[in-house]
Design a protein around this ligand. Structure first.
Ligand code: HEC
Length: 144
């Protein structure tokens, strides 16, 4: 191996490296644009799901929960709660209605939100919609 690191070697590494990463960047951009339409489930955005998002925001659910990783870490991740509850919107509604359950030592408790039947349906549909977003199987386990 040559002992001398010449100017031309440095230049080749500089231009070669730049070209490599520019092509890598363009390739990954092309791939993302290609697969994006396959992940689009905006057709599932019904009026109910939209109302559910409003209920979610008005009651600051994200103040305690995460949704697909975003939010607070006080309470369980809800992006996959629909699947965790056996693909059941009824189970989600039942859970929200039956809060709070106090008196279990060491267990955090969720407050009662007194949601109307319409709001409960909407929030359950919103959580169902969230669970069907293609996240490339994230989070990796069903516990969230
Ligand atoms: C003050 C904090 C707080 C807020 C705000 C809150 N939650 Fe919770 N939530 C909790 C806690 C704590 C648990 C876990 C309770 C338990 O397991 O008994 C929980 C559990 C849940 C679960 C069951 C999750 C599981 O995997 O067992 C659902 C569904 C849920 N919350 C929905 C909601 C929705 C919808 C909202 C907004 C309307 C909301 N939460 C707002 C604290 C909160």
């Amino acid at each position: 191996m040559s002992e001398i690191f010449s100017k031309s070697m440095a230049r080749n590494i500089y231009f070669g490296g730049s070209a490599f990463f520019i092509f890598l960047f363009l390739g990954l951009t092309w791939h993302t644009v290609k697969v994006l339409p396959e992940t689009d489930n905006s057709a599932a955005l019904t009026e109910e799901v939209i109302l559910g998002k409003k209920v979610w925001e008005d009651n600051n659910c994200i103040g305690c929960h995460t949704l697909l990783g975003e939010g607070a870490y006080f309470a369980p991740e809800l992006g996959n709660v629909y699947k965790r509850f056996g693909n059941s919107t009824e189970a989600i509604k039942g859970f929200i209605k039956s809060r709070p359950v106090n008196g279990i030592p060491g267990r955090r408790s969720m407050p009662q939100f007194n949601l109307s039947e319409e709001e409960l349906n909407a929030i359950a549909e919103f959580l169902k919609y969230s669970s069907e977003i293609d996240t490339s199987n994230w989070p990796p386990n069903i516990q969230g």
